[in-house]
Design a protein. Structure first.
Length: 203
């Protein structure tokens, strides 16, 4: 949850600049390969932002964005779903997109309405085919991308750091993005000093 709260703060911080109504609007999407934990991450972000009181579960079939009967039965996202909410005086819209290649057209449509994307990576699998595809689409549209490394806790401690390094290399070589590690353990310090710099550089 601490990591997801940091992700939430980073995603939403860009909406804090400027005083006009347009400057207080931001649309961002959660994209990933299937089963990377995208919808679960979406639930955690909504909870951390105060948009929902209880975190839903894909296994229980009670998440906010997977609302179709077929989605809840199969445990996958089929259509893009938007959730609008307010956060510190700003209006945000979060769009949870499908991860399965069969529903790539849904992702394509959603990207056209976004200001940026959060790419969820499964730390146990790294960059996968749909990850590459959706990031390429986002880059063609000029959308900024933030990569969130998920499921790191599923690995034994001895494999966690190698997994992070492998994912960072893959982000650079396969996605063509310049990785900057901003998600650190709570006890490590430094993040509080780093986040203001990232907020100031959103433009």
């Amino acid at each position: 949850p601490n990591s997801l709260q940091r992700l939430t703060q980073f995603l939403l911080s860009g909406a804090a600049s400027g005083g006009s109504s347009l400057a207080r609007l931001r649309n961002f999407g959660i994209v990933a390969h299937i089963d990377a934990g995208k919808t679960t991450t979406t639930e955690r972000i909504l909870n951390a932002a105060g948009a929902i009181q209880a975190v839903g579960s894909v296994d229980r079939g009670d998440t906010v964005t997977d609302y179709l009967t077929q989605e809840r039965q199969r445990g996958i996202t089929i259509v893009s779903a938007a959730v609008a909410f307010k956060w510190k005086g700003h209006q945000l819209t979060l769009i949870d997109t499908p991860g399965h290649v069969d529903f790539a057209f849904e992702v394509e449509r959603a990207l056209c309405a976004l200001d940026g994307v959060a790419v969820v990576l499964d730390a146990t699998r790294g960059v996968q085919a749909q990850t590459v595809s959706v990031v390429r689409r986002a880059r063609r549209l000029g959308l900024p991308a933030l990569v969130f490394l998920n499921k790191l806790d599923l690995l034994p401690p001895a494999r966690q750091l190698p997994a992070v390094r492998a994912c960072l290399r893959a982000v650079s070589t396969q996605l063509g993005l310049a990785p900057a590690l901003i998600n650190r353990p709570p006890a490590s310090g430094g993040l509080d000093r780093l986040l203001p710099l990232l907020m100031d550089s959103q433009d």
